[in-house]
Design a binder for this molecule. Structure first.
Ligand code: IDP
Ligand code: MG
Length: 148
């Protein structure tokens, strides 16, 4: 049986500026994810640099940090079986032009940088990214099985 996992997602400044918060959360909930943490954040340049530190040497790094600090983002933690891979599948490919039809990036992304949403790419990175945005006390506990 597959594992109940958690993953970290962001609604990026482009999608927030277009008023897409509700539509994107609606798709996520409709796809069967349980939201166990949620907050509105305006990232500082230092926070955006730290969050995307694996891309520090990429040519798009400065532009990415500028974009990610250009307005508020919504950060959330999702729970589901195979949440990391399932949410990556719901988001679609990094470049909205290459993302499968019906995915969040195909529906709501503008280009390879302004692509509406973020999702952790591995369970280890999910743990790191969840801790980046949330204290344990800000997350719902895992559902307790009912005792009869
Ligand atoms: P991912 O978000 O699908 O995991 P990554 O390769 O980890 O993609 O890149 C992180 C973010 O950096 C992307 O979501 C996008 O906003 C931006 N990005 C990635 N590749 C490019 C590029 O070639 N040009 C401009 N921005 C990019
Ligand atoms: Mg990535």
């Amino acid at each position: 049986m597959s594992q109940i996992e958690r993953t970290l997602g962001l609604i990026k400044p482009d999608a927030m500026a277009q008023g897409l918060l509700g539509k994107i959360l609606d798709q996520i909930i409709g796809a069967g994810f349980r939201i166990v943490g949620l907050k509105l954040v305006k990232l500082t340049p230092e926070q955006a640099e730290a969050f995307y530190s694996v891309h520090r040497e990429k040519p798009f790094f400065r532009s990415l940090v500028e974009f990610m600090t250009s307005g508020p983002v919504v950060a959330f933690v999702l729970e589901k079986e195979n949440a990391v891979a399932e949410y990556r599948a719901l988001m679609g490919a990094t470049d909205p032009a290459k993302a499968a039809p019906g995915t969040l990036r195909a529906l709501f992304g503008q280009n390879v940088e302004r692509n509406a949403v973020h999702g952790s790419d591995s369970p280890d990175n999910a743990r790191r990214e969840i801790a980046f945005f949330f204290a344990e006390a800000e997350l719902l506990p895992a559902p307790t099985p009912m005792v009869v």
